[in-house]
Design a protein around this ligand. Structure first.
Ligand code: MLT
Length: 254
């Protein structure tokens, strides 16, 4: 079973983390949201305290998340929210368990699959991780996961993100990179979504650019779209107050 953190009572709210982080990236949301929700924050396979599964897929990650809900006796539909890789897993969850979702948060993510160039880049990352381990890799990717504004004025956020990333087992990171490289295109799901959806992008994000997220928003009927200034990819760490304001306003309307 997946390791997880949980707090609060009420409607279940599941937060899925980005790559190569863990449930720890959601710690700032756990406490405030727990006043109204049962907040459940898993460590996806190979991250945080969850064991590495060498041959893993986005679909397996979604299945494991559903099994975690079963083990916690969560029967009612959940509010599901994922950032980046957490979003890819959310789409797979939706595909496998459509009745388990009552609302969705899609943060700094995309519905499309990898381009050949993106796959090639993942293969290079795998080689680097296998040769040199986690730290040289995270030192490089933190440059794009956090925006210029964060690098210039919030060194503590850079430190926090790096600390979470560096705890990841390189074998878990390699398995997730392989899984993301072959993930399905979920664009076909977008037009069938008929519940509330919140979409948020970072203005400085080059990994999941705001323009692409806006295009996704236009395909999901009734969805809400926000662009956070002075943030790139890890929007909840870079602009916690603004992120929380948008998320809480959305949750209040459910
Ligand atoms: C993430 O933040 O989860 C990654 O940037 C996702 C990816 O590599 O596609």
């Amino acid at each position: 079973m997946l390791a997880y953190q949980m707090k609060g009572e009420g409607t279940p709210l599941v937060l899925l983390h980005a790559f190569p982080l863990s449930s720890k990236m959601w710690l700032g949301e756990l406490e405030p949201l727990s006043s109204r929700f049962k907040v459940i924050v898993p460590d996806l396979p190979g991250f945080g305290k969850s064991p590495v599964q060498k041959a893993v897929s986005m679909a397996d990650m979604a299945l494991k998340t559903s099994q975690l809900l079963d083990s916690l006796k969560v029967k009612e539909p959940v509010v599901l929210a994922g950032l980046s890789m957490g979003g890819y897993v959310s789409f797979e969850f939706l595909r496998q368990f459509p009745k388990r979702v009552r609302a969705l948060g899609l943060f700094a993510t995309r519905a499309s699959d990898d381009t050949p160039q993106a796959r090639e880049k993942r293969m290079q990352s795998i080689e680097a991780l296998e040769k040199f381990g986690m730290e040289p890799f995270t030192k490089k990717i933190v440059k794009s996961q956090l925006g210029k504004s964060t690098h210039d004025s919030k060194p503590e956020v850079v430190k926090q993100a790096l600390a979470i990333m560096n705890e990841t087992n390189p074998e878990g990171a390699v398995a997730a990179l392989r899984a993301m490289a072959v993930r399905r295109d979920s664009t076909d799901l977008l037009s069938s979504i008929n519940f509330p959806v919140l979409i948020a992008a970072g203005e400085e994000d080059e990994i999941a650019p705001a323009a692409e997220m806006r295009a996704m928003h236009e395909k999901i009927r009734g969805s809400e779209f926000h662009v956070l200034p002075k943030a790139a990819h890890l929007i909840n760490l870079e602009q916690p107050a603004e992120f929380r304001r948008i998320f809480e306003a959305f949750l209040k309307k459910l």
